[in-house]
Write a protein that binds this ligand. Structure first.
Ligand code: IPM
Ligand code: MG
Length: 371
């Protein structure tokens, strides 16, 4: 078995605590005699990197990111860095990783674990069995379009500009991936855009319609206005399978979808690049959808499940280790069935635990399944 290299970037706030739980799972996998082996290296990103080096990610860390088989990322940001220069804000480190590694496809599955159906803010019957995938374009659109600036006008007023910019190629590659993913799921794709207001939305609709016709006529396809999609997600979430959308709408719709699963603390994600023709490998970064939660950071209260589930996605998508991924995901489902809950998913009659206890319980389940 070959050794897989991982770069761990815990980042800020609860990122540090939840990454520690992933490290224990890696330790468990490495301790098995016949299993795959992982070699890890860590570095700073976000506010932690700014405090140490004055930048949100160093060139050395970027070089490690390029070299690694996969990056496991915690979370960045917090009020402590509210007044650092804009180009050095913690989020800039994450955005640079996405852009420089060309991680254009962000997969955000929202799966409602049966044990958590009552923790959702929606009624049980709406979310029970929910399994949707928000496929967010991650390297284009409003996040990266130029110009992006605040200028002072002659009359002293300021004017802010963000630019939403997409080329056909950028849309084509992400929607193609959406159709491919749908074929392995419920075979249905919704493309969400605002073609009634935005020129970029018109292009999204044209390109996706053409790709559907030429590449994926076998897949059920719907166009949906992004605002209507936000409404329908709450009204009848199970009508969706794969929702493919741009960077900004995807940011918003994926937070909305996450909440249906009970808590933002449950949702993992994978950010994938294209396949490198010489190595056959895909660049990839795995991170929980939630942020650094500064309010509970350092207290041992954070839910490590989204972080651990993100590592399970790495096992599946970067290393083709579906058996190990199933083991980790199965262990998560088990501890939820046992009634263990961190504060964010706590319900009456359940047992409230902290980050480390949740990690302990998941490890114990893993040990039991592999014994
Ligand atoms: C996310 C986050 C990021 C984003 C922030 C931290 C820059 O909200 O990954 O959804 O807006 O993309
Ligand atoms: Mg977000």
């Amino acid at each position: 078995m070959s050794t897989h290299s991982l770069l761990l970037l815990p980042g800020d706030g609860i990122g540090v605590e939840i990454m520690a739980e992933v490290e224990r799972i890696i330790g468990f996998l490495n301790g098995r005699t016949n299993g795959p082996k992982f070699e890890t290296t860590s570095d700073l990103v976000g506010g932690a990197a700014y405090d140490a080096h004055g930048v949100s990610i160093t060139e050395e860390a970027m070089a490690k990111a390029v070299a690694a088989d996969a990056i496991i990322f915690g979370a960045v940001g917090g009020p402590k860095w509210d007044s650092v220069p804009y180009e050095h804000r913690p989020e800039a480190g994450l955005l640079r990783l996405r852009k420089d590694l060309d991680l254009f496809a962000n997969l955000r599955p929202a799966i409602c674990y049966p044990a958590l159906a009552d923790a959702s803010s929606l009624k049980r019957e709406l979310v029970e069995g929910l399994d949707i995938l928000i496929l967010r374009e991650l390297t284009g659109g409003t996040y990266f379009g130029e110009p992006k600036e605040i200028v002072t006008l002659e009359n002293g007023e300021k004017r802010a500009v963000d630019t939403t910019l997409y080329s056909t190629g950028e849309i084509d590659r992400i929607v193609r991936m959406g159709f491919d993913l749908a074929r392995k799921r419920q075979n249905k794709v919704h493309m969400a855009a605002k073609w009634n207001v935005m020129r970029s939305g018109v292009l999204w609709r044209d390109v996706t319609g053409a790709v559907h016709k030429s590449y994926a006529p076998d897949v059920e396809y719907h166009e949906i206005l992004a605002d209507n999609c936000a409404m329908q997600l709450i009204r009848q979430p199970k009508q969706f399978d794969v929702v493919v959308t741009d960077n900004l709408f995807g940011d918003i719709l994926s937070d909305e979808a996450a909440m249906m699963t009970g808590s933002l603390g449950m949702l993992p994600s994978a950010s994938l690049g294209g396949v490198d023709e010489t190595t056959g490998k895909r660049r990839a970064l795995y991170e929980p959808v939630h942020g650094s939660a500064p309010d509970i950071a350092g207290k041992g209260l954070a839910n490590p499940i989204a972080m651990i589930a993100s590592f399970a996605m790495a096992l599946r998508y970067s290393f083709d280790l579906s058996r190990e991924a199933d083991m980790v995901e199965g262990a998560i489902a088990k501890v939820l069935e046992q009634g263990l809950r961190t504060g964010d998913i706590m319900q009456a009659g359940m047992t409230k635990v902290g980050t480390k206890e949740m990690g302990d319980a998941i490890l114990k389940e893993l040990e039991a399944t592999s014994a």
